[in-house]
Design a protein around this ligand. Structure first.
Ligand SMILES: Cc1cc2nc3c(=O)[nH]c(=O)nc-3n(C[C@H](O)[C@H](O)[C@H](O)COP(=O)(O)OP(=O)(O)OC[C@H]3O[C@@H](n4cnc5c(N)ncnc54)[C@H](O)[C@@H]3O)c2cc1C
Length: 298
């Protein structure tokens, strides 16, 4: 598990060797359920984003349930920072809150886009000793360039960015390190578990999340290794799913938060990431190059 030790006694009831890995193909996306239909066998037919039909067993299942003070969904920079800050406050106030984080990636950092220009201000506030504690932040930005590319030429433009004092990092590595710091403070992190459902009490208050079922066959029937999802109940549930979070979207709609808070719609764009191997003599550590133009047309 990439250096992560799950030290809770509760882990026995929430063990990856018991539950195995999730197949992301069976992640129930709540917004999809709205557009799903039942067939005669009690199966739920869900139109997948890729256009195919996925089926989930819709029979009621009994699930294990665990109680925490705070349940956090998503071990990204936001979820882990929140977990760390909560535990720091516990120390300061001499109280003990149980905090857990569920992460759908097979390990912490697995779903984090890597290359990143990092402004350390927030980390300075959260973990001021990050340099001494060997955070994976080593390469200060040494130059900022902004080029307009044509197919054959590069035109240097005045750079609208100022990355002085920032670093070039792997965000995935930083998040792994944050995971270790969180665990040192007593946060329980469960990678490999996707939160697929929000749990509500009878007065419509959020009381936690449930992870999705495992061992469901393509036709929606239970396979021999079927395992129902697990309920993680919290006095506070914090969604740190990143942009376009499926549970976040569901909660925003249910409580009308966008209208109430005049919030923006969750936005995202698709991009292509390229990792280039260049000869050592061309490597300038910390050099940041922003480009527009080619290979896009005009
Ligand atoms: C291509 C690209 C380049 C970027 N470059 C920079 C940059 O140079 N500098 C910069 O400061 N920022 C950059 N960003 C933005 C930065 O990546 C984000 O602001 C940051 O990652 C947001 O952190 P987060 O914790 O909110 O969400 P995320 O980083 O998206 O983390 C969310 C985590 O939650 C998990 N998760 C989601 N849903 C569930 C669920 N239902 N159950 C369990 N786990 C779940 C995900 O697997 C993920 O690990 C870039 C973003 C992109 C897309």
């Amino acid at each position: 598990m990439d250096g992560y030790s799950l030290n809770s006694t509760k882990i026995e009831t929430f063990n990856r060797s018991k539950y195995g890995f999730f197949s992301s193909g069976y992640l129930i996306i709540p917004t999809n359920i709205a557009t799903s239909s039942r067939n005669g066998n009690g199966l739920l037919n869900v139109q997948s984003p890729a256009g195919g039909v996925r089926r989930f067993c819709s029979e009621p299942v009994s699930r294990d349930s665990m109680n925490y003070d705070v349940v956090i969904v998503g071990a990204g920079p936001a979820g882990l920072s929140a977990a760390i800050r909560l535990k720091q406050l516990c120390k300061e106030k001499d109280v003990d809150l149980s905090v857990c984080v569920v992460e759908k990636g097979a390990e912490v950092g697995a779903h984090i886009l890597s290359g990143n220009v990092f402004e350390p201000r927030a980390l300075n506030e959260l973990l001021p000793q990050w340099k001494q504690e060997e955070a994976p932040i080593h390469v200060p930005v040494s130059s900022d360039k902004f080029w307009l590319l044509s197919k054959t030429r590069a035109f240097s433009l005045p750079c609208p960015f100022n990355n002085e004092g920032n670093y070039v990092i792997s965000l995935s590595q930083l998040v792994r390190w944050l995971g270790l710091k969180a665990e040192e403070l007593g946060v329980e992190i469960y990678p490999g578990f996707a939160a697929s459902e929000i749990l509500y009490d009878t007065s419509n208050k959020v009381i936690g999340i449930a992870t999705n079922d495992m061992g469901v066959a393509k036709d929606g029937s239970r396979k021999h290794n079927f395992q129902p999802g697990v309920e993680l109940k919290g006095r506070i549930t914090l969604l740190g799913e990143g942009c376009r979070g499926s549970l976040s979207e569901k909660v925003i709609r249910k409580y009308n938060l966008r209208e109430k808070g005049q919030g923006q719609h969750q936005t995202y764009a698709l991009g292509i990431k390229e990792v280039w191997e260049i000869s050592a003599d061309k490597h300038e550590p910390g050099s940041v190059l922003h480009t527009i133009g080619w290979p896009l047309g005009s």
